[in-house]
Write a protein that binds this ligand. Structure first.
Ligand code: GDP
Ligand code: MG
Length: 163
Protein backbone atom coordinates (compact mmCIF):
# COMPACT_ATOMS: atom_id res chain seq x y z
CA UNK A 1 0.00 0.00 0.00
CA UNK A 2 2.75 2.44 0.89
CA UNK A 3 2.39 5.77 2.60
CA UNK A 4 -0.63 8.01 2.35
CA UNK A 5 -0.22 11.72 1.75
CA UNK A 6 -3.17 14.09 1.99
CA UNK A 7 -3.40 17.53 0.43
CA UNK A 8 -5.52 19.90 2.51
CA UNK A 9 -6.38 23.56 2.31
CA UNK A 10 -9.24 25.85 1.51
CA UNK A 11 -10.90 25.83 -1.94
CA UNK A 12 -9.13 27.38 -4.94
CA UNK A 13 -5.59 27.29 -3.61
CA UNK A 14 -4.63 24.74 -6.29
CA UNK A 15 -4.86 21.36 -4.56
CA UNK A 16 -6.38 19.54 -7.54
CA UNK A 17 -3.94 21.13 -9.98
CA UNK A 18 -1.07 19.83 -7.85
CA UNK A 19 -2.72 16.42 -7.43
CA UNK A 20 -3.31 15.99 -11.15
CA UNK A 21 0.25 16.98 -11.94
CA UNK A 22 1.56 14.32 -9.57
CA UNK A 23 -0.67 11.45 -10.58
CA UNK A 24 -0.45 12.49 -14.24
CA UNK A 25 -4.05 11.54 -14.75
CA UNK A 26 -6.96 13.88 -14.53
CA UNK A 27 -9.16 12.29 -11.92
CA UNK A 28 -10.17 15.18 -9.76
CA UNK A 29 -12.45 17.81 -11.18
CA UNK A 30 -10.81 21.19 -11.47
CA UNK A 31 -12.82 24.32 -11.53
CA UNK A 32 -12.02 27.87 -10.60
CA UNK A 33 -15.42 28.12 -8.94
CA UNK A 34 -14.94 26.94 -5.38
CA UNK A 35 -17.03 24.06 -4.12
CA UNK A 36 -17.02 22.09 -7.36
CA UNK A 37 -14.75 19.24 -6.37
CA UNK A 38 -17.04 17.26 -4.11
CA UNK A 39 -15.33 14.00 -3.32
CA UNK A 40 -11.99 12.90 -2.07
CA UNK A 41 -9.85 11.63 -4.90
CA UNK A 42 -7.15 9.02 -4.51
CA UNK A 43 -4.24 8.51 -6.83
CA UNK A 44 -0.92 6.77 -6.88
CA UNK A 45 2.31 8.59 -7.37
CA UNK A 46 6.00 8.16 -6.87
CA UNK A 47 9.03 10.34 -6.52
CA UNK A 48 12.56 9.08 -7.03
CA UNK A 49 11.24 5.53 -6.94
CA UNK A 50 9.38 6.01 -3.67
CA UNK A 51 5.68 5.17 -4.04
CA UNK A 52 2.87 6.80 -2.12
CA UNK A 53 -0.87 7.30 -2.33
CA UNK A 54 -2.16 10.81 -2.65
CA UNK A 55 -5.50 12.13 -1.43
CA UNK A 56 -6.97 15.28 -2.93
CA UNK A 57 -9.44 16.60 -0.40
CA UNK A 58 -12.04 18.91 -1.77
CA UNK A 59 -15.51 17.78 -0.88
CA UNK A 60 -16.61 21.22 0.09
CA UNK A 61 -20.24 22.06 -0.26
CA UNK A 62 -21.04 25.71 -0.46
CA UNK A 63 -23.79 26.81 1.82
CA UNK A 64 -23.21 29.26 4.56
CA UNK A 65 -19.74 30.28 5.60
CA UNK A 66 -20.24 28.25 8.77
CA UNK A 67 -20.85 25.00 6.90
CA UNK A 68 -17.98 25.84 4.64
CA UNK A 69 -15.51 26.22 7.47
CA UNK A 70 -16.82 23.19 9.38
CA UNK A 71 -16.52 21.12 6.22
CA UNK A 72 -12.87 22.06 5.79
CA UNK A 73 -12.16 21.24 9.43
CA UNK A 74 -13.80 17.84 8.89
CA UNK A 75 -11.64 17.16 5.83
CA UNK A 76 -8.52 18.15 7.73
CA UNK A 77 -9.42 15.92 10.67
CA UNK A 78 -10.07 13.01 8.30
CA UNK A 79 -6.74 13.63 6.61
CA UNK A 80 -4.96 13.77 9.98
CA UNK A 81 -6.39 10.34 10.88
CA UNK A 82 -5.83 8.74 7.53
CA UNK A 83 -2.56 10.15 6.24
CA UNK A 84 1.07 9.55 7.13
CA UNK A 85 1.96 13.06 6.02
CA UNK A 86 -0.01 16.18 5.15
CA UNK A 87 0.61 18.83 2.52
CA UNK A 88 -1.12 22.01 3.64
CA UNK A 89 -1.61 24.22 0.61
CA UNK A 90 -2.14 27.98 0.73
CA UNK A 91 -2.27 30.62 -1.99
CA UNK A 92 0.14 33.55 -2.22
CA UNK A 93 -2.28 35.41 -4.48
CA UNK A 94 -4.85 35.76 -1.71
CA UNK A 95 -2.33 35.81 1.14
CA UNK A 96 -3.08 34.47 4.61
CA UNK A 97 -6.83 34.14 5.20
CA UNK A 98 -8.71 33.44 8.45
CA UNK A 99 -9.54 29.99 7.07
CA UNK A 100 -5.82 29.27 6.58
CA UNK A 101 -5.23 30.27 10.20
CA UNK A 102 -8.04 27.98 11.29
CA UNK A 103 -6.54 24.99 9.44
CA UNK A 104 -3.05 25.86 10.72
CA UNK A 105 -4.35 25.77 14.28
CA UNK A 106 -5.54 22.19 13.73
CA UNK A 107 -2.32 21.16 12.03
CA UNK A 108 0.03 22.63 14.64
CA UNK A 109 -1.27 19.99 17.08
CA UNK A 110 -0.58 17.10 14.71
CA UNK A 111 2.17 14.64 15.43
CA UNK A 112 2.75 13.81 11.74
CA UNK A 113 4.81 15.57 9.10
CA UNK A 114 3.05 18.70 7.84
CA UNK A 115 4.53 20.40 4.78
CA UNK A 116 3.37 23.93 4.06
CA UNK A 117 3.12 24.56 0.31
CA UNK A 118 2.67 28.17 -0.76
CA UNK A 119 1.17 27.83 -4.24
CA UNK A 120 0.84 30.21 -7.21
CA UNK A 121 4.36 31.55 -6.71
CA UNK A 122 4.69 32.40 -10.40
CA UNK A 123 7.10 35.34 -10.14
CA UNK A 124 9.69 37.00 -7.88
CA UNK A 125 7.23 39.44 -6.36
CA UNK A 126 5.11 36.52 -5.20
CA UNK A 127 8.21 34.79 -3.87
CA UNK A 128 8.79 37.84 -1.66
CA UNK A 129 5.17 37.96 -0.61
CA UNK A 130 5.27 34.30 0.47
CA UNK A 131 7.16 35.21 3.68
CA UNK A 132 3.87 36.25 5.28
CA UNK A 133 3.00 32.56 5.63
CA UNK A 134 5.55 32.24 8.45
CA UNK A 135 2.78 33.77 10.55
CA UNK A 136 0.92 30.43 10.38
CA UNK A 137 3.42 29.05 12.88
CA UNK A 138 4.28 25.98 10.83
CA UNK A 139 7.88 26.89 10.17
CA UNK A 140 9.55 26.65 6.78
CA UNK A 141 7.38 26.64 3.68
CA UNK A 142 7.80 25.51 0.09
CA UNK A 143 7.04 28.10 -2.60
CA UNK A 144 5.56 26.27 -5.58
CA UNK A 145 3.59 26.83 -8.78
CA UNK A 146 1.37 23.84 -9.47
CA UNK A 147 0.54 25.00 -12.97
CA UNK A 148 4.16 24.74 -14.18
CA UNK A 149 5.67 22.50 -11.51
CA UNK A 150 8.16 25.06 -10.24
CA UNK A 151 9.37 24.26 -6.71
CA UNK A 152 7.46 20.99 -6.51
CA UNK A 153 10.68 18.94 -6.67
CA UNK A 154 11.98 20.43 -3.43
CA UNK A 155 8.60 19.86 -1.77
CA UNK A 156 8.56 16.20 -2.87
CA UNK A 157 12.16 15.68 -1.76
CA UNK A 158 11.20 16.92 1.72
CA UNK A 159 8.03 14.82 1.70
CA UNK A 160 9.90 11.61 0.93
CA UNK A 161 12.46 12.50 3.58
CA UNK A 162 9.69 13.03 6.15
CA UNK A 163 7.77 9.81 5.42
P1 GDP B 1 -8.50 23.54 -5.39
O1 GDP B 1 -9.89 24.06 -5.17
O2 GDP B 1 -7.62 23.83 -4.20
O3 GDP B 1 -8.46 22.11 -5.80
O4 GDP B 1 -7.86 24.42 -6.57
P2 GDP B 1 -7.74 24.08 -8.15
O5 GDP B 1 -6.64 23.12 -8.40
O6 GDP B 1 -9.10 23.71 -8.64
O7 GDP B 1 -7.26 25.49 -8.72
C1 GDP B 1 -8.00 26.67 -8.52
C2 GDP B 1 -7.53 27.73 -9.51
O8 GDP B 1 -6.18 28.12 -9.24
C3 GDP B 1 -7.55 27.25 -10.96
O9 GDP B 1 -8.01 28.30 -11.79
C4 GDP B 1 -6.08 26.94 -11.24
O10 GDP B 1 -5.75 27.06 -12.60
C5 GDP B 1 -5.39 28.01 -10.42
N1 GDP B 1 -4.01 27.62 -10.06
C6 GDP B 1 -3.58 26.45 -9.55
N2 GDP B 1 -2.24 26.43 -9.39
C7 GDP B 1 -1.79 27.65 -9.83
C8 GDP B 1 -0.48 28.25 -9.91
O11 GDP B 1 0.56 27.66 -9.60
N3 GDP B 1 -0.44 29.53 -10.37
C9 GDP B 1 -1.56 30.21 -10.75
N4 GDP B 1 -1.40 31.46 -11.19
N5 GDP B 1 -2.80 29.68 -10.70
C10 GDP B 1 -2.92 28.41 -10.24
MG1 MG C 1 -10.03 20.71 -5.91
Amino acid sequence: MGNIVAIVGRPNVGKSTFFNRLIQRREAIIDSVSGVTRDRHYGKSDWNGRKFSLIDTGGYVLGSDDIFEAEIDKQVELAIDEADAIIFMVDVESGVTPMDEDVATLLRKVDKPVLLAVNKVDNNKRLENAVEFYSLGLGEYFPIASTNGSGTGDLLDALIEAL
